[in-house]
Design a protein around this ligand. Structure first.
Ligand code: C2E
Ligand code: CA
Ligand code: CA
Ligand code: CA
Length: 278
């Protein structure tokens, strides 16, 4: 039935402009990749700025297209959201990330945490609570080892429904992080209503931190606010030693970025864990 659907779409191709055609090509390719099991996850270390130790990883989806080249998530995630495919992809990501983290735990790396990105559509159209319960149950990973990264847009929309889902997720022991903090909506009221654990400071405030006093002021304010609210901070996009040093001086708790490590295949994270004796 799926094949027939694709052929039907193809029939309309001549009427579409290049942009729409490209999206359709991506969407069909993504469908096949999900069915064929050719999507994969890379994992980027999250480092404790006080100790330098890797405390966890963020799972980032990777898609190797039929020509063998990686297609960036920034290109296919919007297509997956538009088509609703992000719900099934998101379920796969949750399952796979928990399975991998549980394997690290089973190998003795019991402090390892894994963070998974959630799309707003998984809240609106999917049953995210059930997906998380399933992923934890199937993998045996303890809830506290899983962090869900939410964007500000999720927390602003459909508040009542989102609130109850989030309360139930918290009961599983799962941690919540606000991704790309500071780039979404100006409302901070959700910080009062939701039991968020971590703010991830967007890399647009971090990349130039060592050279731009405005950025330093913003990061300092976010860290102070977060700590007053009992939240931890993760700085994203740390690319050099001077930025690492300043973030540490500003009291930021954790960091991610090319300075420490790029997103890596699971096997390379396993190797890092063994080398570090974690
Ligand atoms: P994000 O959640 O903000 O992820 C961080 C992005 O920054 C990743 O890009 C990562 O590779 C990149 N990055 C890490 N360190 C550095 C650095 O030092 N400098 C620079 N310039 N970039 C750095 P990536 O993997 O291309 O992912 C892009 C976005 O796609 C993610 O942004 C996230 O919004 C989305 N995404 C990725 N995986 C998933 C997923 O499984 N589900 C959903 N819903 N979205 C995902
Ligand atoms: Ca993220
Ligand atoms: Ca981010
Ligand atoms: Ca500036």
């Amino acid at each position: 039935a799926k094949g027939a659907g694709r052929n039907t779409f193809r029939f309309f191709d001549t009427h579409m402009d290049a942009e729409v055609e490209e999206r359709l090509r991506l969407r069909n390719g993504l469908h096949r990749a999900l069915d064929a099991g050719t999507l994969l996850l890379h994992y980027q270390p999250v480092v404790n700025l006080a100790t330098g130790a890797m405390e966890g990883v963020e799972a980032l989806i990777r898609w190797r297209g039929e020509d063998g080249q990686f297609i960036p998530p920034a290109r296919f995630i919007p297509v997956a959201e538009e088509s609703g495919l992000i719900v099934s992809i998101g379920d796969w990501v949750l399952g796979e990330a928990c399975r991998q983290a549980a394997r690290w735990h089973a190998d003795g790396h019991t402090g390892m945490k894994v963070a998974v990105n959630l799309s707003a559509l998984q809240f609106r159209r999917g049953d995210v609570e059930r997906s998380v319960v399933e992923a934890l149950r199937k993998s045996g990973l303890p809830g506290h080892a899983l962090t869900l990264e939410l964007t500000e847009s999720i927390l602003i929309s459909d508040t009542e429904q989102v609130l109850s889902v989030i309360r139930n997720l918290k009961r599983l022991g799962v941690r919540l992080a606000i991704d790309d903090f500071g780039t979404g909506y100006s409302s901070l009221s959700y910080l009062k209503r939701l039991a968020v654990d971590t703010l991830k400071i967007d890399r647009s405030f971090v990349g130039d931190l060592a050279r731009d006093p405005d950025d330093a002021a913003i990061v300092a304010a976010v860290v102070t606010m977060a700590h007053s609210l009992g939240l931890l901070t993760v700085a994203e996009g740390v690319e050099d030693e001077e930025t690492r040093r300043q973030l540490h001086a500003l009291g930021c708790d954790h960091a991610q970025g090319y300075h420490f490590a790029r997103p890596l295949p699971a096997a390379e994270i396993t190797r890092l864990l063994s080398e570090a004796g974690l």
